[in-house]
Design a protein around this ligand. Structure first.
Ligand code: PEP
Ligand code: MG
Length: 581
């Protein structure tokens, strides 16, 4: 039988993969109250012990398999879970419930879990509250083994090389862990193309399809799949004709990429001689090599929050400094824009659950990014100090995410000045002149771009969030993803206003949202006056190819006309016309 599922593709040119399905059953197991007979108590305790032992064994095996070059924090994250598996609150307390209340093992664990979650929820400290997710994850792991006979992670003895992971949902942290096991593609039931899970998969060059509802029920473990990330299509058990078609596409993609490699050393300028800066977005240390290989002339966005994921403790100043220096030293003197912490919404510190707040709140509108940092200076200041210190060794710029008003800029600047004073007192080298920039990703900021431009050294358009907030659609919610429209007149006007404000105040404006790396929009953005594009390294040469074949003057006139007459024609056809000239 052949079956097709559609979702939202997140890929680029090399977004096709063929591989055997690995269906992850990650959803929480249904545990209902269940009791045992008195004479079964010892058997039940033994069952629980065995399950905990299996969970421990599986995790230890994953820990041992992690390659040496993997960032330490991933191992630490697993260590924290291993530690929990030895903690009496999880190992002994459920035994008492089995003994005294005759609970079945999984039900005893559930009672324990509920009690612990209540304690964590009552805590004021945001960081400690995030530990709740770890407790839930570890308990869920044991319960799954008790109920289904296997844990939520692919067991280590299973070869994952080339497999396609099918799951309900995956976090950015999951993507990092599974990448190390050689998986070839991801298909999930939930999630949108602008989620950080999708962005990470794209930047790692892993094809993915998100939002393919019920896919975990339709697809069978082990069956051959074709995943076409560019179209958002998953095909199960393809026949010979379909297979031949996709194998040919894979070959063509490969040949296209080889041909683009010839552009690495060519200047990045339009056909009418305008220099266009093509910068790289990076998340992980290994991205440095990709950025260099693609000939990026700078790092336009270093997402530092990935340093905080897959671990239980916040990285201290020295650890952050070491990570930033690895980048600064690794990029051969090109400028590095380090974005301060943008935790919150779909980027949480721990590994598993997406949200760290009561179900009624909307995390995308909540305490994230600069808001969180200003509220918790103990989190922010060590990072500011580390960035200032890294800047002593090479050209570094500091970028503040998700600004919505000027007070945030002023408050951040005050903390930066204080950090400089403290570094001076400590006798540590830093860059006193470090440029401070801000991300324009909230409509209010774009509408006030002139004021931001007067108080910042550069601006960067974060279109992933700008589109989300302008159109009031959650970027990770696949139910409303059809409304995610970079061509919406309101979005284009906000982009244009920001670029124009940069010109008026003579400061650089770049774009580091996914729109900058989508070759469909290159000409549109050139026509809007953008000259600095920051994107995942995989896209740089494709965008460069278009830049070199475009005339910016023509584009400016056409795009101005397009914005004026936008209501008469549909956006897609206007864009297609622009891309054909
Ligand atoms: C953006 O919002 O466009 C952006 C680059 O930031 P992030 O995707 O990390 O939120
Ligand atoms: Mg953003």
């Amino acid at each position: 039988m052949s079956l097709a599922c559609t979702g939202i593709g997140i890929g680029s040119a090399r977004s096709i993969a063929l591989g055997d399905a690995y269906v992850l059953s990650r959803g929480p197991v249904e545990i209902s109250p269940h009791w045992i007979d008195e004479d079964k108590v010892e058997d039940e305790i033994e069952r629980l012990r065995q399950a905990i032992e299996t969970a421990r064994h599986e995790l230890r095996a994953v820990r041992e398999q992690i390659p040496a070059e993997t960032p330490e924090d991933i191992a630490e994250f697993i260590d924290a879970h291993l530690l929990m598996l030895s903690d009496v609150t999880i190992t002994e307390a459920p035994q008492d419930l089995i003994r005294n209340q005759l609970c079945r093992a999984e039900w005893a664990l559930q009672i324990r879990r509920d009690a612990l979650v209540e304690v964590f929820d009552a805590m004021d400290d945001t960081y400690l509250r995030t530990r709740r997710e770890d407790v839930e994850h570890v308990i869920n792991q044991i319960q799954k083994i008790l109920v289904e006979g296997r844990g939520p992670e692919p067991p280590v003895h299973e070869n994952m090389d080339g497999r396609v992971i099918i799951a309900q949902d995956l976090t950015p942290a999951d993507i990092i862990l599974m990448r190390h096991r050689g998986v070839s593609a991801f298909v999930t039931e939930f999630g949108g193309p602008m989620s950080h899970t999708a962005i990470l998969a794209r930047s790692l060059g892993i094809p993915a399809v998100l939002g393919a509802r019920n896919v975990t029920q339709y697809l069978k473990h082990g069956e051959l799949l074709v995943v076409d990330g560019s179209k958002g299509v998953v095909l199960a058990e393809p026949d010979d004709r379909v297979l031949a078609h996709y194998c040919q596409l894979l070959e063509d993609n490969q040949a296209h990429r080889e041909a683009l490699r010839g552009l690495v050393r060519q200047p990045s300028a339009s056909a009418d001689g305008e220099t266009v800066h093509l910068l790289a977005n990076i998340e992980l240390p290994e991205d440095i090599a990709h950025a260099r290989a693609a000939g990026a002339t700078g790092i336009g966005l270093y997402r530092t929050e990935f340093l905080y994921m897959n671990r239980s403790a916040t990285p201290d100043e020295e650890e952050q400094l070491a990570a930033y220096l690895e980048v600064v030293r690794g990029v051969d003197g090109i400028p590095v824009t380090i974005r301060t912490l943008d935790l919150g919404a779909d980027k949480q510190m721990g590994g598993r659950s997406q949200l760290n707040c009561p179900p009624v709140c909307n995390p995308a509108l909540g305490l994230r990014a600069i808001r969180l940092c200003l509220k918790e200076p103990e989190l922010f200041v060590p990072q500011i100090r580390a960035i200032l210190r890294a800047a002593a060794e090479g050209p570094v710029r500091m970028m503040l995410p998700m600004l919505s008003n000027l007070q945030e800029v002023m408050s951040a600047r005050r903390l930066i000045e204080e950090a400089k004073r403290s570094l001076r007192r400590d006798g540590l080298a830093f860059d006193d002149e470090i440029p401070i920039g801000g991300m324009i990703e909230v409509p209010a900021a774009a509408l006030s771009a002139d004021s931001f431009a007067q108080h910042l050294d550069f601006l960067s358009l974060g279109t992933n969030d700008l589109i989300q907030y302008t159109l009031a659609i959650d970027r990770v919610d696949d139910e409303v993803n059809y409304l995610y429209d970079p061509l919406h007149p309101a979005v284009l006007n906000l982009i244009r206003m920001t670029i124009d404000a940069g010109h008026r105040h003579n400061i650089p404006v770049s774009m580091c949202g996914e729109m900058a790396g989508d070759p469909n929009y290159t000409r549109l953005l050139l026509g809007l006056g953008l000259r600095r594009f920051s994107m995942q390294p995989n896209s740089i040469l494709e965008v460069k190819d278009i830049v070199r074949n475009s005339r910016t003057l023509d584009l400016r006139q056409r795009v101005a006309a397009l914005l004026t007459h936008q209501t008469d024609r549909d956006n897609e056809s206007l864009l297609a016309e622009l891309n054909q000239i």
